[in-house]
Design a protein around this ligand. Structure first.
Ligand code: FAD
Length: 389
């Protein structure tokens, strides 16, 4: 079939991504995995080498490129080298946090935050989830109460926050209206910066996978936020989240697809080297069928995801389409990494083999960014809405 998704500019970018990964990530990855934290110098290197802030305007030091295919190139190359956890932290910064600032920040806020985001000197995080609520975002209890000086005072806890240890800038989803009748208008986005008094980080969480990346609990105790740190309009937080979650979901779908592709490539190579009973294991029909099925499923999935990415570029991707891409690709990733690991036998269970890490890193993909069940709920509700009388 035709392969015309990328052009020469994307391929040139691919070369610079490869060089960056080999020079900056390869020598340090194991150490980052052991420490569950990427060095801040690597973030700065990522910024200096055009790996961050692609969609940020040139005047703020960004790449001025909105085409998501460049981010997909990054995901492909990171997955191919087995560096998915490093890519996950960067993805939250670039695919999730940066778009909120680009779309909603005032000129003054952009000038304050975007240059650091593009340079990798300001690391971004977004804090929605709380110990008591994740899928049900309307259950958020972290509150912001207006003070006499026109600012706000935040109190509450967030958990599972990607980049939480390093974060210099956290977009915090807070409840600004306690009245139950406020519904989805009860929430606002506020930016809390690193040194805000009362803002503290809890444990670096000990995860099943995604080792080279920090995830943390965050705590807010009488944190004062000036009105100049409110993002967008008061009361619009939930609506902003709903508008931007499709992009986050596509980015997870892209990471799932590219991880499947990498796992399959490693497994094909291994199956055609390793022998048992005097044959290459790839020549047993059971292995052949498994590999054939996986290659088919992955290629068919790529067709949908490429379409989703082009639609995202055009501003035409719907929340329902993004949900389909997210649940399908992340569930496929579970099957593919499990089956690929099986082909590696005992070696597949050893962390020095990338398939072992890919298997561990895969598990969270059906959970964060909206669980598979929530994705199906959104799709199902849309279907039902077509039959409303
Ligand atoms: C590694 C990692 C990184 C994360 N990064 C971030 C981050 O940067 N920022 C952030 O805000 N959050 C982050 N999260 C949180 C993540 O988005 C939530 O864990 C996720 O949304 C699920 O919420 P929960 O854990 O509270 O599970 P719950 O909402 O309690 O769900 C538990 C189970 O119930 C099911 N369920 C819930 N409601 C329904 C329903 N209506 N119908 C059917 N089934 C249902 C779910 O599908 C799930 O299987 C991260 C999580 C992890 C693990």
């Amino acid at each position: 079939m035709l392969k015309n998704f990328y052009d020469a500019d994307h391929e040139a970018y691919r070369d610079s991504v490869r060089q960056f990964l080999r020079r900056v990530v390869a020598p340090n990855y194991e150490q980052w995995e052991n420490g569950k934290l990427v060095d801040r110098t690597a973030w700065k290197d990522a910024g200096a080498n055009g790996m961050l802030g692609l969609a940020i305007a040139g005047e703020h030091g960004g790449g001025d490129v909105e085409d998501y295919r460049f981010r997909m190139v990054f995901a492909e190359e990171a997955a191919a080298e087995g560096y998915t956890s490093f890519a996950a932290g960067l993805s939250v910064h670039d695919d999730v946090v940066a778009p909120y600032l680009i779309d909603l920040a005032t000129d003054e806020q952009k000038a304050r935050w975007l240059p650091g985001m593009a340079a990798g000197t300001t690391i971004g995080a977004i804090a929605m989830t709380e110990p008591g609520t994740g899928s049900d975002l309307q259950g958020i209890q972290t509150s912001a109460v207006s003070d006499d000086a026109g600012g706000w005072v935040i109190n509450g806890q967030k958990t599972f926050i990607t980049n939480g240890i390093h974060a210099d800038l956290v977009i915090v989803v807070v409840r600004t209206d306690k009245n139950p009748s406020a519904g989805s208008r009860a929430f606002t986005l506020m930016v809390v910066e690193r040194d805000a008094p009362g803002f503290s980080r809890g444990r670096k969480l000990n995860k099943v996978g995604l080792a080279a990346q920090d995830t943390a609990e965050l705590s807010f105790e009488d944190v004062h936020v000036a009105s100049s740190n409110v993002l967008g309009e008061v009361g619009m937080g939930m609506i902003y989240l709903m508008q931007r979650l499709p992009r986050e979901r596509v980015s997870i779908a892209v990471s799932a697809l590219t991880s499947c592709e990498a796992a399959l490539r490693w497994t094909l190579d291994y199956a055609h080297e390793r022998t048992a009973f005097g044959k290459r294991i790839g020549d047993f029909q059971a292995t052949r069928f498994a590999l054939a099925e996986m290659e088919t499923e992955v290629e068919v999935t790529r067709a949908y995801i490429e379409k989703a990415v082009l639609s995202l570029n055009d501003g035409a991707l719907t929340a329902v389409e993004a949900s389909k891409a997210k649940w399908w690709a992340s569930e496929l990733q579970q099957r593919v990494t499990t089956r690929c690991l099986q082909v590696f036998g005992g070696y597949g269970y050893m962390r020095e083999y990338p398939i072992a890490r890919a298997y561990q890193d895969a598990r969270v993909q059906t959970i964060y960014g909206g669980t598979t069940e929530i994705m199906k709920e959104l799709i199902g509700r849309d279907q039902a809405s077509r039959y409303r009388t």
